[in-house]
Design a binder for this molecule. Sequence first.
Ligand SMILES: CC(C)(COP(=O)(O)OP(=O)(O)OC[C@H]1O[C@@H](n2cnc3c(N)ncnc32)[C@H](O)[C@@H]1OP(=O)(O)O)[C@@H](O)C(=O)NCCC(=O)NCCS
Length: 193
Amino acid sequence: MASYRIRQYQDKDFDAVRTLFARGMLEHMPAGYRHVLRSARVQLELLVLFVLQALSTDLADVHGTYLRSPHSCFWVAEVGGAVVGMVAVEPPEDPAEREVALELKRMSVSKEHRGWGISGALCGEVLRFTRARGFGAVVLSTSMVQVAAQRLYESQGFRKVGATSPGLLASLLCFQIFRYRCDLPGRAAAPPH
Ligand SMILES: CC(C)(COP(=O)(O)OP(=O)(O)OC[C@H]1O[C@@H](n2cnc3c(N)ncnc32)[C@H](O)[C@@H]1OP(=O)(O)O)[C@@H](O)C(=O)NCCC(=O)NCCS
């Protein structure tokens, strides 16, 4: 197996990171289609909306969003100088969770480099970063169609702690977002501020 290295995001990675994220998310379209065949168009629109929203918010300014705060970071995995994997961490939106946890986001590995353990290594960076900053857990969300991601997170010690439908439309389609949590042993309930 060829080797890869994980390093912190640099501004030169901007285009590669956005392309990697959009490709990774949009590949779930076929699974989405299968789940609710008659609602395929709506499902597709939900996924496209999610990708567009990410590309126009945090992924429009990766450096500004993730590299300016002590409690957030962004890593890429590199093979032969090309970016083939990515992951981010930042404080969660939920005020109650912000006290005790950081949130893993934007995990993606290019199709050609799956099965190398790259996402496991990226996950490891997030867990180490979170532990080093004194937080007691890592939380994340993934969707019901992202089966490989669910296996990945479960293999890294995450457990499913909730399932919700993001809005009325998703609820009508029975489309669910799963919430996962990985408690970090030996950590206090509240981090230093
Ligand atoms: C999910 C994803 C990041 C996994 O990347 P990867 O580098 O191939 O995963 P790894 O090789 O590090 O494997 C990690 C674990 O997940 C499991 N896994 C990975 N892909 C799997 C699949 N398709 N089916 C079942 N298990 C899978 C592996 O067996 C491994 O478990 P182990 O450590 O117990 O052996 C990748 O499939 C991806 O980028 N998907 C598209 C984007 C996406 O869905 N991101 C998640 C956003 S929440």
